[in-house]
Design a protein around this ligand. Structure first.
Ligand SMILES: Nc1ncnc2c1ncn2[C@@H]1O[C@H](COP(=O)(O)OP(=O)(O)O)[C@@H](O)[C@H]1O
Ligand SMILES: O=P(O)(O)OC[C@H](O)CO
Length: 496
């Protein structure tokens, strides 16, 4: 009877369960979307119980579809949308408020107050993050401030906080374990990434009692076992946890210092492995923990791009210029260039390295001769330009030359985009055979903990390239194109 690793990838819009075999290949998948709640403009919330039931449904479905018996599951790995915050009652396990999603801006006021009090640098020095509503710390404070009786309960030790990984382990283990891993803790604005502890001073500033916080553990070890009634009578070890972007770097076998992965999903996420030393960013990137594995913690530099593949969705659903996202490639290749057109898709401001929440989208360089094809091509190219902005910042911060980019996410099937990316960066772009790198990373972490895979070397050998794109563009052309992009971004930022 074969053995498998069950990977749970709990994302922002859907939950997935994927079964991997010993070769790191996908055996079966199941996926469930769940409701997005927008109670006020800029607020985004999830029902944590719905997240949990969606995960359970995926587990049941994937096992049934693959005709796999729970006995055959060697371990469970979890990767999750990061920063999203759940607070639940220790005694009943019931969330006291919806999960506040990483995208939500409802703590803007709290953040502004903290900035006004001059805490920006302190948070950055200790957590590697920026003082922004994106991260969990101010979300916990918001819940304690706004839910009736919550503050008192928290002070009495009756509440627990967790990011989605903690919440899932808590539920899977029947309330036995309250844990998180280093990579998730490093996204909370409460965890000191240098001394690897919850930071008393920051907790005091945020008025968050330490008793609420999960225990922080390595990313690969057995944290707990599932309660038998969820898994048809079997206790399965929960053995790997990582935030989804870090899990993707692990799934891309980005184990060496200087290796970079880029995800082209709804948003874009670049993560560079910087090894055992954290790199302080001077260019508005985040310093974060990649993972804790093999008895040590390794660090990463991260840049998030708010709008990546969703710009193509906008062409499809908003402007109705294309019927499907892949069609964008066909249009883009019908013309030789954008003919000087630049699209800056700053629909919700600009992320790294600009962090300009007030910037708005803009299109430049239109003439009477501009055609739909130019417009579509310029939108696709904007994904690559934004990536170059972040890669340049990474190189400047780390002093490490990027030799290749390992890519994943929905838009990487677009060969035009991948070639343009390689041309623009003057770097090799590697698209692997397995695009589900997030789930694979969590599977690897769990598999390592239970001895399903021996070590990282064995895993690195499993990483297989599907297509390599190599730079073909002349330096002069590259410089000219990028100069135009920089001008377009600058101009877009002026219009507020
Ligand atoms: N061939 C393509 N060319 C360009 N964009 C694409 C293509 N295929 C999918 N996309 C874009 O990729 C995104 C979906 O990627 P995915 O990784 O599934 O997203 P997420 O996990 O963030 O929900 C969508 O925004 C879609 O427009
Ligand atoms: O769920 P995703 O793939 O949109 O990822 C969300 C990120 O973890 C947010 O930081």
């Amino acid at each position: 009877m074969g053995k498998y690793i069950l990977s749970l990838d709990q994302g922002t819009t859907s939950s997935r369960a994927i079964l991997f075999n010993h070769e790191g290949a996908i055996v079966e998948t199941a996926q469930r979307e769940f409701e997005q709640h927008f109670p006020k403009p800029g607020w985004v919330e999830h029902d944590a119980n719905e997240i949990w039931t969606s995960v359970l449904a995926c587990i049941a479905e994937v096992l049934r579809k693959a005709d796999v018996d729970p006995e055959q599951i060697a371990g469970i790995g979890i990767s999750n949308q990061r920063e999203t915050t759940v607070v639940w009652d220790r005694a009943t396990g019931k969330p006291i408020y919806h999960a506040i999603v990483w995208q939500s801006r409802q703590t803007e006021e709290i953040v502004q107050e903290l900035r006004n009090e001059g805490y920006n640098d302190l948070f950055k020095e200790k957590t590697g993050l920026l003082l922004d509503p994106y991260f969990s710390g101010t979300k916990v404070k918001w819940i304690l401030d706004h839910v009736e009786g919550a503050r008192e309960k928290a002070n009495n030790g009756e509440l627990q906080f967790g990011t989605i990984d903690s919440w899932l382990v808590y539920k899977l283990s029947g309330g036995q374990a309250h844990v998180t891993d280093y990579s998730n803790a490093s996204r909370t604005l409460m965890f000191n990434i240098y001394d690897l502890k919850w930071d008393d001073e920051l907790l005091e500033i945020l008025s968050v009692p330490k008793s609420m916080l999960p225990e922080v553990r390595p990313s690969s070890e057995v944290y707990a076992h599932t309660v038998p009634y969820h898994f048809f009578g079997k206790e399965v070890p929960i053995a790997g946890i990582a935030g989804d972007q870090q899990a993707a770097l692990f799934g891309q076998a980005g184990f060496e210092q200087g290796m970079v992965k880029n995800t082209y999903g709804t948003g874009g996420f670049l993560v560079m492995n910087t090894g055992e030393e954290p790199v302080d960013s001077k260019n508005s990137l985040l310093t974060t923990i990649a993972w804790g594995v093999d008895g040590k913690v390794e660090y990463a530099l991260e840049g998030s791009i708010f709008v990546s593949g969703s710009a193509i969705q906008w062409l499809r659903d908003g402007l109705k210029l294309i019927e499907t996202s892949p069609e964008s490639e066909e249009y883009a290749t019908r013309v030789e260039s954008t003919d000087g057109v630049y699209v800056v898709p700053a629909f919700v401001g600009l992320g790294a390295p600009y962090w300009d929440s007030e910037a708005r989208g803009a299109v430049f360089g239109i003439t009477r001769g501009t055609k739909k094809e130019h417009f579509i091509r310029a939108t696709l190219e904007s994904l690559a330009y934004q990536t170059k902005d972040v890669v340049d910042a990474m190189v400047a911060d780390s002093g490490i030359d990027v030799k290749s980019l390992r890519v994943d996410g929905g838009a990487v099937t677009n060969d035009f985009l991948m070639q343009f990316q390689s041309d623009l960066l003057d770097v090799q772009v590697d698209r692997p055979v397995i695009n589900e790198t997030t789930a694979l990373g969590a599977a690897y972490l769990a598999g390592l903990a239970v001895g399903y895979w021996k070590d990282k070397e064995e895993i690195a050998k499993q990483w297989k390239v599907d297509t390599t794109f190599t730079p073909e563009m002349k330096q002069e052309k590259r410089d000219e194109l990028y100069k135009g992009w920089k001008k377009a971004v600058e101009a877009a930022r002026v219009f507020k």
